[in-house]
Design a protein around this ligand. Sequence first.
Ligand code: PLP
Length: 449
Amino acid sequence: MPHDHGAFAQRSKVLVPWAIQRGLNPPTVVRGEGCFFIDREGKRYLDLTSGFVAMPLGHGHPKVVEAIRAQAGRLCWTPSSFFNDVRAQYAEALARIAPWSQGSDEGARVHFASGGAEANDDMIKIVRLVTRRPKILCAYRAYHGSTIGASALTGVDRWRDPFPNLPGIVRFFAPYPYRSPFHASTPEEETERALAHLETILSHEGALNVAAIVLEPVTGSSGLVVYPPGYLAGLRALCDKHGILLAFDEVMTGFGRTGKSFAAVRLGVTPDLLSFAKGASGSYVPLGGVLVREKVASFFDREYFDVGHTHAGHVLGVAAGLATLHVFEEEGLFERAITLETWLREGLEALRARHPRIVGDVRGLGALFALELVSDPARKTPLVPWHHAQGSEPMKAFYGELLRQGVHAYGRYNIVLVAPPLTIARHELELGLRALDGALSAASRASSP
Ligand code: PLP
């Protein structure tokens, strides 16, 4: 087993992201097959969150693997300032599925990056270059990545604390119907108050100073919040009124996760630009970018586009992206999330019914769901407090039991994400739901006094 020694040597030398290093004991993954990954002992794990919601096709899709192999034999890399046939083809295909080509012929252009945070950093540059305005508004409950720029946009303290904030970043509260920051009692009231709150912020900050509002159209790992009806449309109207660009972070929601190419299409609200990564290439090769509507992109026909990277539009990345897009289309995977939505809602609501003391909320859309765990459902007391949950006994018991049963899911604090590959079969999902049932019992036991 040649990888054995290597895996262990590497294990002691790799700084594992987002973790205190001592005592870590995650599986050592050596192989992947569809919705499963396999550790060095041969144990199989069903991946209920597609890694970090990043593998819509699961592992080893033969068409993507073959496209990467063929491209590697022909050309692996060429400078991002050159033209390249596959890069051009992929950009063309992306523009076709982007929101500005759905019911409109405006079209879009793409700037490539290698991942989500890099794409968001570039999005900050683009909106500032285009508007020459200094401020950016973003939500407190948000995750945009861990580079300096993206973590400045991220509202959760822990990601930001030791780092300098970027000048001009202003935060606002977006709706969170389960724990309304506006003390609203209906979705309509939540939308109305959230938009009024944003108007107040704009009037204090000076709307003319604001380049963009940056938002995940469905908040991902910072709570999985689906905004109430009318909120995103209200944002669009506010942006139009004040000449502010609306920038969606679709790193998690893009590429079929919500049942359409992008959440903007599913939710019927068109931004001015959007960032993408993760699912774009099925995560087989790092790839991200920013799609920019033609009206905004054409600004750079006259002005200097002061953004770029050595690996922007890496040839293996765009080859993987193009093959992934073909698979999405051939296998109807954008739409498959609508079927998964029915299964997930049904399955997770059944879990809430079985564990009413600990499952406070089930929410999501498409193949992007979450369970919010509580210790007192009437008061909605979080099962573990935010910022301290990773080492907490109930969550350790929860994730420990899941792994013991051969299932992986990831989440943050008291919120567990359920976002399987779009290719998952019903019987595989049932397996995952049964394991969640056991894990909820384990968390319940661990939280009982
Ligand atoms: N934006 C969102 C919405 C994300 O979920 C993530 C990653 O989880 C990022 C940005 C950062 O992407 P990356 O980890 O590829 O830098």
